[in-house]
Design a binder for this molecule. Structure first.
Ligand SMILES: [Zn+2]
Length: 166
């Protein structure tokens, strides 16, 4: 397990989104490299981008989303749907290599009643671990983040790049 890089963190500020960027659509902002959003991109091609979730459920929690702003999977073309499937597989391979999780949850939240907080279509890839600490745990009274999303981004970006070259 990769539980290094432990450090204290202001949980409330980060998780409740007090610093939430004031942008129209956060995924479009990431796509456009808006300086107001955190740079958590790990991979992109002409149609899709893969980003570490700014508010991860678990270490390695990724979002795959189309560059164009669409809101449901119905709007994906057949080519895009196929490509999304390949990127899902690629993400699972990379996450398996870097974090060796015991499983994955893969899925969409679509529409107002689904719990989706972002309208722009995105696929969640959540690695699951047999001994989960959770993203934020209280250990010995201190709030600790298992791994900062920026650290996750760096590791995964390298792993995606490596696979792209081979
Ligand atoms: Zn958008």
């Amino acid at each position: 397990m990769h539980y290094n890089n432990l450090f204290s963190f202001n949980k409330l500020e980060y998780v409740t989104g007090r610093k939430k960027p004031d942008v129209g659509c956060i995924l479009c902002a990431i796509n456009e490299k808006d300086p107001r959003v955190e740079r958590l991109e790990v991979y992109r091609n002409a149609f899709f981008l893969i980003s570490v979730n700014l508010y991860p459920f678990n270490v390695g929690h990724l979002l795959i989303f189309p560059l164009r702003h669409i809101e449901t999977i119905v709007e994906l073309s057949d080519d895009e749907a196929l490509q999304l499937h390949h990127l899902t597989n690629l993400s699972i391979e990379v996450l398996s290599e870097v974090y060796s999780p015991g499983g994955f949850n893969v899925g969409y939240n679509i529409g107002a009643c689904s719990g989706a907080s972002i309208e722009h279509l995105h696929l969640h890839i959540v690695p699951r671990y047999s001994r989960e600490l959770g993203f934020i745990d209280i250990l010995g009274g201190a709030k600790l983040v298992v791994e900062h999303p920026e650290v996750t981004t760096k590791k995964l970006k390298e792993a995606f790049q490596k696979r792209n070259l081979t």
